[in-house]
Design a protein around this ligand. Structure first.
Ligand code: HEM
Length: 406
């Protein structure tokens, strides 16, 4: 174990910077530096954009243990929290600890249970069918991101919240600013302010005209004095942003990966066994990990990790992309094998903050894979793979454009 005096003598000069770039030509794989750290130094100091030096935790078992540990805090507004970028403060309950986190999460949790989400299956299928109809009726080649991957989850979350889809240009643009690593603190604050003002207005309108949707539910909580208007607005922003940006990137990135693996795509498209698609959803989530900036936390007490002690107040960064490639948890981890059982991946996080929307994301991905490749069996890339612009500069990984034809 590292002693306190060793630790004080440690210098922060020359520490690896996080995030680390992916290797050239391997855009689906985590950085080779992360691999080496996982093998050799599973708890390593890194330097972030602001000069802070939290611990980087790379092994699957260590990440799961920490994410489930009540001595670890997700309080984003706390000075010890290792922030992803300037201008990122707390956003709804994602940046709070229990019991307040649990109290707020419960207020919207009922809409995302497996049973509630299952009841949305016909509506989600209709949205996907109509999007594929539009693809078939439109020009070729087409950018699958703009024509399919973004509209599908945006329409679904708009329905659930009762946000008018006609405003998608505005909320998708603001989200892009929020998740772009190059945005300044001011740009991010402005985008967040615009989203908050927009959703705050919609929430206020629900006071007079409530219906059966999530914004009406939040507005009723405000009226009952259980949430402030600001808390409800932040929750609405969190749900709108997390509800479309993540799944959209997952749809486009996984489609591209499948196009690069025609054998796996054929298996997914042609199998009569319905479990093939549900397994493929998990395997693609495991392999692609679009929230690649890592789960961020800090220790509130001394905690032993990988044979060393993380002290109270020290930051923790846990990239799930490398955890989901840990050979100790997934044999032959870099191979795409849609038949493997990958359900224990942590692409949705782990512990109390694990993704609230995961049943919905799973349903959307399942129905997209069931529909898109069967209705467009000749789907193929309409540009060189090397020309596809990957989101190396985003907090959410994916591709900016995916030109396809069929
Ligand atoms: C493929 C799609 C998605 C991926 C990969 C994903 C990933 C994640 C991850 C990794 C977390 C954990 C954050 C942490 O521990 O710090 C999270 C939290 C969250 N996600 Fe998702 N997500 C997806 C889709 C969705 C959707 C469709 C919604 C719907 C509204 C959603 C809403 C949320 C919310 C509200 C949280 C915060 C949960 C909490 O703090 O208790 N996500 N997501």
């Amino acid at each position: 174990m590292t002693s306190t005096s060793d630790r004080t003598a440690e210098s922060t000069a020359g520490l690896p910077r996080f995030p680390m770039p992916r290797a050239r030509g391997c855009p689906f794989d985590p950085s080779p530096v992360l691999r080496e750290l996982q093998r050799e130094t599973p708890l390593a100091r890194v330097e972030l954009w602001d000069g802070s030096t939290p611990w980087l935790v790379t092994r699957y078992a260590d990440q799961r243990a920490l994410l489930a540990d009540p001595r670890v805090s997700a309080e984003m507004a706390h000075p010890d929290y290792p922030r992803q970028a300037p201008g990122i403060g707390s956003l709804g309950f994602i940046g709070l600890d229990d019991p307040e986190h649990a109290r707020q999460r419960r207020m919207v949790g009922a809409a995302f249970t497996v049973k509630k989400v299952e009841a949305m299956r016909p509506a989600v299928q209709r949205i996907i069918d109509e999007a594929v109809d539009a693809l078939l009726a439109g020009p070729r080649p087409v950018d699958l991101v703009q024509a399919f991957a973004l509209p599908v989850p945006s329409l679904v979350i708009c329905d659930l919240l009762d946000v008018p889809y006609r405003d998608h240009g505005f909320f998708q643009r603001s989200t892009r600013t929020l998740v772009h690593r190059g945005s300044t603190g001011e740009q991010r604050a402005e985008a967040l302010g615009a989203l908050a003002e927009y959703l705050g207005r919609l929430l206020a309108a629900k006071l007079d005209d409530p219906a059966d949707d999530l914004l009406s539910g939040l507005s009723a909580r405000v009226q009952a004095g259980e949430l402030t208007h600001r808390q409800a607005t932040e929750m609405a922003v969190l749900l709108l942003v997390a509800g479309h940006e993540t799944t959209a990137n997952m749809i486009a990135l996984s489609t591209l990966l499948l196009l690069r693996h025609p054998d796996q795509l054929a298996l997914l498209r042609d199998s009569a066994d319905p479990t093939v698609v549900t397994r493929a959803v998990e395997e693609l989530l495991r392999l692609l990990n679009i929230t690649h900036g890592g789960r961020r936390r800090f220790a509130t007490a001394d905690i032993e990790v990988a044979g060393q002690v993380v002290r109270a107040g020290e930051g923790l960064v846990m990239p799930n992309d490398i955890a989901n490639r840990d050979p100790a948890a997934f044999p032959d981890p870099d191979r795409l094998d849609i038949t493997r059982d990958a359900r224990h991946h942590i692409a949705f996080g782990f512990g109390v903050h694990q993704c609230l929307g995961q049943p919905l994301a799973r349903l959307e991905l399942e129905l997209v894979y069931r529909t898109l490749f069967r209705r467009l069996p000749g789907l193929r890339l309409a540009t060189d793979f090397e020309q596809v612009p990957f989101k190396h500069d985003g907090f959410v990984y994916g591709v900016y454009e995916l030109p396809v034809t069929w």
